[in-house]
Unconditional design. Structure first.
Length: 130
């Protein structure tokens, strides 16, 4: 696993063997940080063969509606155009974050390639088609 970015708010790693990019939010962040992290992700996906992306959002308590809209209209479609096959979100029992992922799915044509899970092993099994 190759570390890409490590801050107080986020950990971003890439595992070339399985083509899995993993983002773990450690805390709530500002809009500026949110955009910075996704700009890093876009840069990495543009340079490597990333097929699968996992966003662990269990500790990310709030996402501004404008940030969610930016993610669903600008970032996610570009990820799929760059060759991303599946996106998994690891969510807690937090209803707000579950609704966040559901909103993303409703407005993205490739929503069948975006799914939410309660744990990392579940998401990895989905990537493998199990």
């Amino acid at each position: 696993m190759t570390p890409i970015l490590e801050t107080d708010y986020v950990q971003l790693t890439f595992e070339p063997e399985t083509s899995v990019l993993k983002l773990v939010w450690k805390d709530t962040c500002t809009t500026e940080t949110y955009h910075f992290v996704y700009d890093k992700i876009m840069d990495l996906v543009g340079k490597t063969q990333v097929k699968y992306y996992i966003a662990d959002i269990r500790k990310l308590k709030l996402i501004a509606p404008s940030d969610r809209k930016w993610l669903q209209t600008k970032i996610i479609p570009k990820l799929f155009k760059l060759g991303m096959e599946k996106i998994a979100a690891i969510v807690s029992g937090d209803v707000y974050m579950q609704r966040h992922v559901a909103h993303l799915n409703q407005e993205i044509t490739a929503a069948k390639r975006i799914k939410q899970f309660g744990s990392l092993p579940e998401a990895l099994r989905w990537f493998k088609g199990e």
